[in-house]
Design a protein around this ligand. Structure first.
Ligand SMILES: O=C(O)c1ccccc1NCC(=O)[C@H](O)[C@H](O)COP(=O)(O)O
Length: 271
């Protein structure tokens, strides 16, 4: 992304805040829970692999959930989530690194740190199993190089989800050595969501790369659509958090992890 590119004001504000945010102190060293293994285990158990996202609010959400994030995390795991994503961005998403620490301690599935990391020192803030690098943001002036950041993250033990939105970004992710790629259906330039994005871009991701469809997945039909287009797993926030209605997060998660599977009905959880 060059700085003259059209970008939604909310996203510009997220980027400005990320540029300002400092890094940690001691270098983090993590022994991660494997994300691909967690997806395989969910599929073997007859569930759609879902990364359920704890996102108290966001620039596109109408409300804010104030429930204890650890409570939400446990409900998501009970509902069959293969992994969790925790927003740690404080100013626009109501997240924190303290929340991530508490959540990771409380569950045994892999936990993604969802944040806008632009510099190596921002890796040394909190342990997580997976961190996110967004190709579009790492092309801006004053950010570290994607390949260098990927290496720096792996040296600390993190798995890395490299987020893309276009075929050109997938190529950059692959050139940098990504082995877990997300295709975000949300255009961070305009904040519009289109599930056709994943369908258009997924064929450019080779076999052997773990492929995640991100954003805009609301219904069982959406789950089927993304799986049919080649998603190994789905990253789902809003439809599970349901900011307006504050509905049952466990039921919301179960509805989506049971979609597009031949799972037999169970009376107890089998997560
Ligand atoms: O969610 C937002 O409103 C948002 C706004 C600006 C930049 C990023 C944003 N979201 C980040 C995400 O990647 C999503 O939280 C994630 O993919 C889940 O999406 P959804 O299921 O649509 O909540």
């Amino acid at each position: 992304m060059d700085d003259s590119e059209e970008i939604a004001p909310a996203v510009q504000s997220i980027l400005d805040a990320a540029r300002e945010r400092g890094g940690g102190g001691d270098r983090v060293s993590v022994t991660p829970r494997s994300l691909p293994d967690a997806f395989d285990a969910a599929a073997d158990a007859g569930r759609t692999p879902v990364v359920a996202e704890i996102k108290p609010t966001s620039p596109t959400a109408d409300g804010e959930r104030t429930d204890d994030p650890v409570d939400l995390a446990q409900q998501m795991v009970e509902g069959g989530a293969a992994a969790l994503s925790v927003l740690t961005e404080p100013d626009h998403f109501g997240g924190s690194t303290a929340t991530l620490e508490r959540v990771r301690e409380a569950v045994d599935v892999p936990v993604l740190r969802k944040d806008f990391i632009l510099h190596e020192n921002q890796l040394d803030v909190v342990e997580a199993d997976v961190i996110l690098l967004i190709v579009r943001f790492l092309e801006a002036d004053g950010t570290d190089d994607l390949a260098d950041l990927l290496t720096a993250a792996r040296e600390r033990g993190f798995q890395v989800l490299v987020e893309t939105h276009t075929a050109a970004e997938v190529e950059k992710a692959l050139d940098a050595g990504a082995d877990i790629i997300g295709v975000n259906n949300r255009d961070l330039g305009e904040l519009a969501v289109d599930l056709g994005t994943f369908e258009a871009v997924a064929p450019d991701v080779p076999e052997g790369v773990t492929l995640i469809a991100e954003s805009g997945i609301q219904t069982a039909d959406d789950v089927t659509r993304m799986r049919d287009a080649g998603a190994d797993a789905l990253l789902i926030g809003s439809a599970i958090m349901d900011h307006d209605a504050a509905t049952d997060v466990e039921a919301n998660t179960r509805r989506l992890t049971r979609a597009n599977t031949d799972a037999v009905e169970t009376t107890t959880t089998d997560t």
